[in-house]
Design a protein around this ligand. Structure first.
Ligand SMILES: Nc1ncnc2c1ncn2[C@@H]1O[C@H](COP(=O)(O)OP(=O)(O)OP(=O)(O)O)[C@@H](O)[C@H]1O
Ligand SMILES: [Mg+2]
Length: 264
């Protein structure tokens, strides 16, 4: 297996700027991820983590900056070529985002339909393999409402890996799960890296999960990358915003803001 230090860069995002509805959301964010490694993107709510991920899959285009996959720019590709790129990337959306009217197997099969693999034995095999990977081989006929939160997350992971992508994005994969269920998801992320060489990008504010899966960590605040390094370097980073985040404390600026509201 490649190690964090010597594998080639798989995803490179540099100087990403993006305004949405007149508000500047990303202001020069960057993210570099080596092949076969897991990068964690940390940062407070509203920092721009999900918006950054949307740029990496070509769902948004940056106002400025570049996105490269295997050294090749994808931010300026025409839509048709972007579709081919998207097939190489699996996404586990924030909140699982299952289709509630479809059973588990149909949810997992959805990306297969998109590439023309309709009902039949190949589709069934692939769905079964993906569900087996996440430990839910016997739940194909269940409806999403019948599942626990942890099972729903695992179905979302099965759907993300059914096309056997090189890269998987996990947006808040453990949010809302109890610690043992979160542990299961963390182990799945590590296993996909170790056994299939998947490059993983995990967005989370669950620190236990972050340290359980990360080879490298990036921290985003106000649309800017304020830290990139190893988990150990993060623990010892001198930046007070990093330390405030790690120790679950509001920053002085945030405290000022609520003081301002109490005494106008
Ligand atoms: N489509 C949109 N239109 C306008 N503003 C948006 C849009 N999507 C996100 N934003 C804004 O961009 C900022 C960053 O949002 P984003 O969802 O990336 O945050 P996040 O870091 O993922 O937060 P969380 O941890 O809560 O998921 C927020 O202020 C949000 O309101
Ligand atoms: Mg988000």
């Amino acid at each position: 297996m490649a190690t964090a230090a010597d594998a080639p860069l798989h995803l490179e995002m540099d100087g990403i700027e993006k305004s949405l509805r007149g508000t500047s959301v990303l202001r020069g964010a960057e993210l570099h991820v080596r092949r076969g490694t897991t990068a964690v993107v940390l940062g407070p709510s509203g920092a721009g983590k999900s918006v950054l991920l949307r740029h990496a899959v070509g769902l948004l285009r940056p106002d400025a900056g570049t996105v490269r996959l295997d050294g090749r720019r994808i931010d300026d590709l025409p839509e048709r070529e972007l579709n081919a790129v998207r097939l190489r990337i699996g996404v586990v959306f924030q909140g699982a985002a299952l289709f509630d009217s479809m059973d588990v197997a149909a949810n997992v099969a959805f990306p297969l339909e998109a590439i023309g693999i309709g009902p039949g034995s190949e589709r069934d095999d692939r769905v079964h393999r993906a569900l087996r990977t996440v430990g839910l081989a016997d739940r194909g006929a269940a409806m999403p409402v019948e599942l626990s939160g942890g099972q729903r997350k695992r179905v979302a992971i099965a759907r993300a890996i059914v096309l056997e992508p090189e890269i998987v994005f996990y947006d808040e994969p453990t949010t809302g799960l109890d610690p043992p269920r979160a542990d299961l998801v963390n182990r799945l992320i590590v296993r996909l890296r170790d056994e299939r060489g998947v490059t993983g990008i995990v967005v989370t504010h669950d620190l236990a999960s972050a340290f359980a899966v990360a080879d490298r960590m990036t921290m985003l605040t106000d649309g800017r990358t304020i830290f990139a390094g190893t988990p150990d370097e993060l623990r010892h980073a001198p930046d007070p915003r990093v330390q405030a985040f790690l120790h679950a404390q509001a920053t002085p600026e945030e405290l000022d803001a609520i003081r301002g509201e109490r005494t106008p």
